[in-house]
Design a protein around this ligand. Sequence first.
Ligand code: NAD
Ligand code: AHE
Ligand code: ZN
Length: 374
Amino acid sequence: TEGKPIKCKAAIAWEAGKPLSIEEIEVAPPRKGEVRIKVHATGVCHTDAYTLSGKDPEGLFPVVFGHEGGGVVESIGEGVTSVAVGDHVIPLYIPECRECKFCTSGKTNLCSVVRATQGQGLMPDGTTRFSCKDKQIYHYMGCSTFSEYTVVLEISLAKVDPVAPLDKVCLLGCGITTGYGAVTNTAKVEAGSSVVVFGLGGVGLSAIQGAKAVGAKRIIGVDTNPRKYAMATQMGATECINPKDFDKPIQQVLIDMTDGGPDYSFECVGSVDLMRAALECTHKGWGVSTIIGVAPAGAEISTRPFQLVTGRTWKGSAFGGVKGRSELPLLVKRYQDGELDIDSYVTHTFALDEINQAFEAMREGSCIRAVIQM
Ligand code: NAD
Ligand code: AHE
Ligand code: ZN
């Protein structure tokens, strides 16, 4: 039977820098290889605020943001076989087609089959499934979870245990997986290592959790907001420091604290100055620094080449190097087994109507993750 459009509520960003507005939108039925899902919950990630701000070179408007969701399959398009109506799913902004040269390389999670159209806010056939007031509305990062219903590709869905609470495991759709995976997959931090994490938001706290899980000996959290230290300590930080408390550059402070610098560092803020500090603080000869934060259009990193000549390595990580369809079910299991903390991250919950308050909470600095319950 032919699917029908669904009218539902969504938060639309009509233009950069303006609050989102709750509108009735029409969500078209899923086409070939697509799945329509009822979104049950979604986190709000700093990246949503970044693109809303207008600093993302790929930002498009009007758009439905949101890329940290959990939902239930409402209907499937032609040819969809890996998920069925009623399945619980987490949308993935990095798909996993299992066929492209990236997926088959064994070297990366950056599946690229649909990256071009995804970056243009479109489904692979070049159209969108959202409309409002006779206008086409763009998709965001292939997910658009700030809507009661959304359409996502089959290859962009991780099927998860239906027993797992979607208003918690939705956070595996971005922040938690990103920080945790950057430590365990990208940098491959070993037991006994020293680790510095710059930025103690949802991503940085998860890097700390990952570092603790692999047995890092010393884990130093760096943030300009001291309200983040209690959670960082709870996640496994052995110390927390504020760059504002020192006259010396933060890289020098860290080198002095750790007898030559940490083995690993992670930048979880999106500041190119901190990216430089994060590289330069690491230990001569073997230090590895991983960039996770997203910097604004036009920003560029720099350092003296000597920093690399003398044995430091600069890396980057997207979605923690995680292949979502294969690996997210394992992280869900780890959560269910009590080995991965997700619950502590949910410091705020809001209804979809209140979504601008979630952005406000993130700016205000008291919040780790706000979860929108649909
Ligand atoms: P967040 O806003 O929750 O946390 C950022 C933290 O950085 C805050 O605690 C803030 O106080 C701190 N901070 C700000 N300026 C600082 C400074 N100068 N020195 C030290 N700390 C400072 O953000 P989040 O959701 O945790 O995301 C962090 C970054 O990671 C963002 O740039 C986001 O866009 C990016 N991100 C990247 C990926 C990826 O796959 N690469 C995934 C998710 C998020
Ligand atoms: N559009 C931005 C890039 C944004 C970016 O780096 N995104 C991360 C995920 S952030 C999630 O909160 C990512 O996965 N990048 C890989 C990719 O292919 O986009 C810009 O600067 O153009
Ligand atoms: Zn994100």
